[in-house]
Write a new protein. Structure first.
Length: 94
């Protein structure tokens, strides 16, 4: 069985575009992504997310933390971003 990821991704992207158009928002949706570490694979994955967010007209913010912060520092960073009125979602990419 062959799973055609490109076709599935295209279908899901079109579905999301329709859903985004149905939102009655005055401002753009905001997505903050914390990239923790410097792995090329992680960076590639986040770039894909950024590209898709751009296509969906989602404000994408990348916060790149070169090394893993302690739990309290990371929790505080996330809490600060969570209370920003322009942010509707947060991704933590390890």
């Amino acid at each position: 069985m062959v799973i055609e990821g490109t076709k599935i991704a295209s279908y899901l992207q079109k579905l999301l575009q329709k859903e985004m158009k149905s939102f009655k928002r005055k401002s753009r949706i905001g997505l903050a992504t914390y990239l923790i570490g410097q792995s090329p694979e992680q960076l590639s994955y986040v770039k894909i997310k950024s590209h898709i967010a751009s296509k969906l007209k989602i404000n994408f913010q990348l916060i790149n933390l070169k090394s893993t912060p302690n739990y309290i520092k990371l929790a505080n960073l996330i809490r600060q971003k969570a209370f920003e009125p322009t942010i509707n979602g947060i991704i933590i990419q390890l």
